[in-house]
Design a binder for this molecule. Structure first.
Ligand code: GAP
Length: 444
């Protein structure tokens, strides 16, 4: 196999999963668009997360807060002061680099982009937040920021949710949405981008119980990737942060790491962070906004600022992890078969329907009818634009678990051929029984 990441990027573009943004104008660095299959896969990831945490448990409620947020939010959160990278400017090509990216020859440093000598190598702090303005006049408006994490919208709505939903601690607020960071290191496809999506829960607990809940969430989030998304346990691990690594708000943090197919040595990279943020956020927002963000426990007759445990996952990284985990090249009868062995719960399409011969109108008509019937219950696709071998290969490449083929015999015996993506075995199934067959085979 060639470099696996290169193959995956090529597959993602070729099969409509991921395109570079503003493609017809040469692309926009570290910003990506999700194509027709990409949105289906992404939606499945987000739906499974939402179902697991918001719909199937009674202790977590949902939120969809704004992307654009005012300056005081980030003053209180510490992002204005601390959300920075240490960077060196190249005065010649005007690009910015981390110090370790510069080319060093003896005691001189050179720009990795244009080769000019860098005279001032002392890194300076650059904020990663994207600043903009609202309203008609840029000069007179106050700056606003595109949120760098969905979390802050949850903290600023803590009181609104408490007052409207009457939740008792422990309870959580969950949010899925876009976040923006002006990242400098960006050459890793959708792993590190400037616009990305997060799935975050802020889980509010009694301070004394925070450590127990922190450990619970680390285990629970690892379980989720394995049991709900079907990622292989061998490609997942948990790594606890050292004290030096902790973000300004965190008392403890662990990453769920995935074994990504990058070509450098360090392939174990962060998929998700689970942090014990203490009462940092609610206390800082309470202080700056002068709102009371405490919680009163009527049973214990006690008022306190809750601690928060935050499982914070990236949708785009989960997407890349799923495709990397599922990507296989197999030799079949002397040819290479590319197959995405995605768990059927996340596959973009569950079933593809084809007529064996597209020049036989009766077959096309029956295949289209089967497709329409199945589409009511399963996300399906109809295709008759190639010969059968090619149609199967196309579906293997995008991870469709089952293909249904209508042939001349189907008109007589009212049966169709169902092919399994992973084993390539074929079964003849009665049309009357087809829906039941897929209900059983695709059941989670
Ligand atoms: N609220 C906490 C927080 O935002 P983080 O570790 O900075 O913590 C959480 O981000 C997750 O968001 C990461 O584990 C990753 O999956 C995703 N993420 C962060 N920055 C990203 C980027 N530039 N591109 C893609 N995903 C990113």
């Amino acid at each position: 196999m060639k470099d696996k990441l290169t193959e995956i990027i090529s597959l993602c573009k070729r099969r409509g999963f991921v395109f570079s943004s503003c493609d017809i104008y040469g692309g926009l660095s570290a910003v990506w668009d999700y194509g027709p299959l990409g949105v289906l896969l992404k939606k499945n990831i987000k739906d499974i997360w939402w179902r697991t945490y918001v719909e199937k448990r009674g202790d977590i409620v949902g939120l969809d807060s704004s992307i654009v947020m005012s300056e005081p939010v980030f003053l209180a959160s510490g992002h204005l002061e601390s959300f920075t990278d240490l960077l060196v400017d190249c005065k010649s090509c005007k690009k910015r680099f981390k110090k370790e990216e510069l080319i060093q020859k003896e005691d001189k440093f050179f720009c990795p982009e244009c080769g000019a000598e860098i005279e001032e190598v002392q890194p300076r702090q650059f904020n990663l937040m994207i600043k903009t303005y609202l309203g008609p006049l840029e000069e007179s408006s106050k700056p606003v920021y595109l949120r760098p994490e969905t979390a802050q919208g949850i903290f600023t709505n803590f009181k609104n949710v408490l007052d409207t939903m009457h939740k008792k601690i422990p309870f959580g607020i969950a949010q899925i949405g876009k976040a923006f960071r002006n990242e400098i290191t960006t050459k890793t496809f959708i792993f590190r981008t400037r616009e990305f999506e997060q799935m975050e829960i802020e889980y509010f607990v009694e301070p004394e119980k925070a450590e127990d809940y922190y450990h619970y969430w680390v285990e629970e989030r690892k379980r989720w990737y394995i049991e709900e998304l079907g990622i292989s346990p061998k490609n997942l691990r948990v790594r606890e942060h050292s004290l030096q690594e902790l973000a300004h708000y965190a008392q403890a943090c662990s990453d769920v790491e995935f074994n990504f197919p990058f070509s450098d040595k360090e392939n174990w990279r962060e998929l998700e962070g689970i942090a014990n943020r203490g009462d940092f956020d609610l206390s800082s927002h309470a202080k700056l906004s002068k709102e009371d963000l405490s919680y009163f426990d009527p049973e214990k007759n006690r008022r306190y600022i809750p601690y928060v445990i935050e499982p914070s996952a990236g949708v785009d990284r989960t997407f890349l992890a799923l495709i990397s985990d599922a990507y296989c090249e197999e030799e079949v009868r002397g040819r290479v078969r590319v197959v995405l062995k995605l768990d059927k719960r996340v596959s973009p399409y569950k079933i593809a329907v084809f007529p064996l011969l597209k020049n036989r109108p009766e077959l096309v008509e029956l295949a289209r009818k089967i497709y329409q019937d199945l589409s009511r219950d399963f996300v399906s696709i109809y295709d008759d634009t190639a010969a059968i071998g090619k149609l199967y290969r196309r579906q293997d490449e995008i991870g469709t678990p089952f293909c249904v083929t209508v042939d001349v015999e189907s008109l007589e015996d009212k049966k169709v051929t169902v092919r399994d993506r992973d084993t390539m075995s074929q079964l003849r199934i009665d049309l009357d029984n087809l829906k039941n067959f897929f209900e059983d085979s695709l059941r989670c």
